[in-house]
Write a protein that binds this ligand. Structure first.
Ligand SMILES: [Zn+2]
Length: 126
């Protein structure tokens, strides 16, 4: 089962004058989870490969495409040992408590916008 880890980060304004403390939530996958996720991804792509057999003309591309993309996608998922989930804390501009959804491949420092006041802010390690 994937573990959820919390790490302290800061929200900074674009002038770096004001910063507030925030928490970054990271999902950590152990070896068993990574294998399970990779097999699910491989199964999905191979299922799409089989499912695209009845599609006339397009199956010449889709069937081998999904069949080849399956192991590639599974390897990419297997290499992902942790993914960033979200960061939450107080906005340095408007002092509202905000939660910013992050993509799995995002890296810090990251520029984004406050969901409340729409000012730019930077998420960075403390
Ligand atoms: Zn704000």
């Amino acid at each position: 089962m994937p573990l959820t880890k919390t790490q302290p980060v800061t929200f900074k304004t674009n002038s770096n004058e004001i910063s507030t403390h925030a928490n970054l939530v990271i999902t950590v996958y152990d070896d068993k989870d990574r294998v399970k996720r990779a097999l699910k991804r491989l199964g999905l792509f191979w299922l799409l490969s089989v499912g695209s057999i009845p599609i006339i003309f397009a199956h010449w591309v889709l069937v081998p495409g999904f069949f080849i993309a399956g192991p590639i996608a599974a390897m990419m998922v297997y290499r992902t040992s942790q993914s960033m989930d979200h960061a939450s804390g107080q906005c340095p501009h408007c002092n509202e408590h905000i939660t910013i959804k992050l993509e799995a491949k995002d890296t810090l420092p990251k520029w984004t916008y406050c969901s409340s006041c729409n000012h730019p802010l930077q998420i960075d390690y403390t």
